[in-house]
Design a protein around this ligand. Structure first.
Ligand SMILES: [Zn+2]
Length: 310
């Protein structure tokens, strides 16, 4: 059975056609999450139809959507957003998919679907208890406990690891959730540019010449010995490490999968996290395996198609 998986990112929307866990074809379109979801729907429809036509994959019965916010999977509705596709809670996307594409529709939080995709097909395969952390714009998390994806009473469980509070004194920087001191308010792409520019080392740093200061730029220049990049990389690694220890204490995983835009820096990330967890986590049984994601770009698409298997 062919299923469409669609991953709504802040600046890019990724679409894939999947059959039996194999990605047959995929495409990416530009997006501007700040403009809301309604204006994107006609483009998403065209995008899907073009992909189906180009790849001759045959009929597609279902559409699974990965959304960057809180999703009520029972009602197929968005129930919470944080700066991306703000008006999505007002939309009946299942009705849209039925009327415009003739497809069944299901949706879920994007981090949960990336976690499901990696668990079923990728780096978490074979485990029963897994946490996934996506180091991208923010610090996305999700958890599987005893073979079940964790959702909780209000669909919040597992996915708010980026909003675990790790700095309870600092109220200078408001987090994307509107509160203070969260992991991603301390270390993430969306805050790192401002942190760099405010640092006294900025004037001497090559980060001053970078058009967009993001985690990739920090890691790249850190490797080349830039003093400020090294300070910021170390700061991020510590904050993320604290986040991982909190996730371990919360969900007791056997595997932690690291995905997202800088998961290709796994030669730096994984040894650091291994050492940090050994020093800081309370794990008398040993410690979880830390693995890089196997499908950093497409895990959420694969996960979205799994919504039709349960
Ligand atoms: Zn927060």
């Amino acid at each position: 059975m062919n299923v469409i998986g669609i991953d709504l990112g802040g600046t890019r929307i990724k679409t894939g056609i999947v059959a039996d866990g194999r990605l047959l074809a995929s495409a990416v379109m530009e997006a501007a999450a700040g403009k809301g979801l309604r204006v994107h729907l006609p483009f998403i429809k065209d995008h899907i139809l073009r992909l189906m036509k180009q790849t001759h994959t045959g009929p597609v019965s279902s559409l699974g959507m990965a959304f960057p916010g809180l999703v009520d999977t029972g009602q197929n509705r968005v129930i919470g957003t944080s700066g991306k596709y703000e008006h999505a809670p007002a939309l009946d996307l299942a009705a849209w998919a039925c009327q415009e594409l003739g497809m069944a529709f299901k949706m879920e939080n994007d981090a949960r679907l990336a976690c499901l995709g990696e668990w079923k097909y990728g780096a978490g395969n074979g485990s029963s208890d897994m946490v996934m952390v996506t180091l991208g714009t923010g610090y996305g998390t999700a958890a599987i406990i005893n073979g079940q994806i964790l959702r909780g009473k209000h669909f919040q469980a597992g996915i708010l690891g980026g909003h675990f509070i790790i700095d309870f004194t600092n109220k200078d920087r408001i987090c994307s959730c509107g509160k203070y001191g969260c992991v991603e308010a301390v270390a993430s792409t969306w805050m790192i540019g401002e942190a760099a520019r405010k640092n006294p080392l900025f004037e001497q740093s090559r980060l001053k010449e970078v058009s967009r200061i993001d985690l990739a730029a920090i890691f790249d220049l850190s490797k080349r010995g830039d003093a400020l990049a090294m300070v910021l990389q170390n700061h991020c690694l510590k904050a993320w490490g604290v986040g991982l220890v909190n996730l371990i204490h919360a969900y007791d995983p056997e595997v932690i999968v690291i995905g997202g835009g800088i998961s290709n820096a796994s030669d730096t990330l994984i040894p650091y996290f291994d050492r940090f967890i050994a020093e800081r986590a309370w794990c008398p049984w040993g410690q979880p395996l830390i693995r890089p994601a196997q499908y950093p770009d497409t895990a959420a698409i694969l996960g979205a198609t799994l919504l039709f298997e349960c």
